[in-house]
Design a protein around this ligand. Structure first.
Ligand SMILES: Cc1cc2nc3c(=O)[nH]c(=O)nc-3n(C[C@H](O)[C@H](O)[C@H](O)COP(=O)(O)OP(=O)(O)OC[C@H]3O[C@@H](n4cnc5c(N)ncnc54)[C@H](O)[C@@H]3O)c2cc1C
Length: 399
């Protein structure tokens, strides 16, 4: 294949876009990645990555680089947010390695983004263009032509390529060219997020595991990141939405947060009260995918949140973007097939698994926020079958 046939446009330089650039370049593609931000960075805080995700990242040669930044929790514990009782425990650590062949880790999302970016740069895998916003695109007879606007100068440039990947996140515009686009769904839930140096907490409140505190219409997920030096906290509760949903990353009002949480066990209350400032982030998603046609059309493939934004209650949104990237690369390498057939293959490989993860995330949210007798039933089931309820072999052993 010549250089032009090899080229590929990737719109968006988040975790999904960078992963796609890396994976496809390792299969011989020459990606040009367009990111509208003026610098590569990741907002937000920590993420969890199951063995399905670390296995994929390690297969790209990232194990050593990631190990510098990740934290390996020994267990995931679910506790009642009011009584403090432990409802169930899923052993991680060595068990994840033995059962799934890869670790369950936590990582600051900026560190994961940095590791992907450094690999792309150091190995010369892709051309990266910042402050380049894709405004529109059209299919031409032998490819895609995109209108790219320099967000600082306003200058417009047309770029052509035989293949395009829309990795432009929750508010994706590239979706418009694959299916009839509608805005993401507003769930009415807000994520309050904070990162606190572990040393600022008294010894008794420090933790080495993933803790999920479930209450009535709220839950909190706390885990160490950055080698255990920071505690990452996400509290999910019903909340008021900012005026512009796209303008999501707001300082949170502490009073509003604690009002939404109600009565809390003293341990949880003390940890949350140690946080000087919270950011809030409205949770949006889309209904689970129903067919492959929602992930690719012609020469355009969608990946990550652009295709299947999900509620964060299974902690797999970035994970699925990374799995998408691996599948995309495998399909891209089927060079005997025309490009549209390769992207169809990709969509066929990915849509059902993504849909299943989206659906399971919604279900987890319902379970976490149960009230009244349902909550009692949930707690009993967790106590009786904790580990088997919390383990997700079809997910962690895949893709
Ligand atoms: C509270 C919370 C907790 C979470 N926890 C986890 C977790 O534990 N584990 C996990 O795996 N996932 C988790 N997630 C989900 C995860 O953060 C996302 O699924 C993931 O970051 C999506 O990556 P992406 O690359 O698809 O999209 P994004 O990160 O949104 O990247 C899209 C990029 O495209 C760029 N862009 C947009 N439009 C254009 C354009 N027109 N032209 C050029 N560039 C453009 C944007 O600037 C951006 O850089 C969580 C999410 C939330 C909200």
């Amino acid at each position: 294949m010549d250089k032009v046939e090899n080229s590929m446009l990737i719109v968006g330089g988040g975790i999904g876009g960078l992963a796609a650039a890396l994976a496809c370049a390792q299969k011989g593609a020459k990606p040009l990645l367009l990111e509208r931000a003026t610098q590569f960075s990741e907002v937000g805080a920590g993420i969890q990555m199951g063995p399905n995700v670390t296995r994929t990242l390690f297969s790209w040669g990232l194990e050593k680089a990631l190990n510098e930044f990740t934290f390996v929790p020994q267990s995931l514990q679910v506790r009642d947010a009011v009584s403090g009782q432990t409802l169930g425990t899923l052993t991680l650590g060595q068990r994840s390695l033995e059962k799934y062949g890869a670790p369950y880790v936590t990582v600051h999302r900026a560190d994961l983004h940095h590791v992907l970016l450094q690999k792309v740069l150091n190995d010369g895998l892709a051309e990266l263009k910042l402050q380049s916003q894709v405004d529109s695109l059209q299919e031409i007879h032998d490819g895609i032509s995109v209108q790219v606007r320099d967000i600082q100068t306003g200058q417009i440039e047309a770029i052509k390529s035989p293949a395009m990947v829309g990795a432009d996140g929750l508010w994706s515009d590239t979706r418009n060219y694959v299916l009839t686009n509608t805005p993401p769904r507003v769930t009415g839930l807000v994520a309050y997020r904070a990162l606190l140096p572990m040393r600022l907490l008294p010894e008794a409140l420090r933790q080495q595991d993933v803790m999920v505190w479930v209450g009535s219409r709220m839950h909190a997920v706390l885990y160490p990141v950055r080698g255990g030096e920071f505690l990452n906290m996400v509290v999910i509760a019903p909340g008021q939405l900012p005026e512009s949903l796209k303008d999501w990353d707001h300082d949170a009002n502490q009073e509003e947060l604690f009002e939404a949480l109600g009565v809390l066990h003293p341990h949880l209350k003390d940890v949350l009260e140690a946080v000087p400032a919270w950011r809030r982030w409205p949770i949006c998603d889309r209904p689970p995918l129903v067919s492959a046609s929602q992930m690719a059309k012609g020469r355009i493939a969608l990946l990550g949140d652009a295709a299947h934004p999900m509620r964060p209650f299974l902690a797999q949104g970035a994970g699925m973007a990374i799995e998408d990237a691996a599948a995309l690369a495998v399909c891209w390498a089927q060079v005997d097939l025309p490009l549209n057939a390769r992207w169809q293959l990709y969509a066929q490989m990915r849509w059902a698994r993504n849909a299943r993860v989206q659906a399971r995330s919604i279900r987890n949210g319902r379970i976490f926020h149960m009230q009244g007798p349902m909550r009692w039933g949930r707690d009993l089931a967790m106590r009786l079958m904790g580990e088997s309820l919390m383990d997700v072999p079809w997910l962690y052993a895949g893709p």
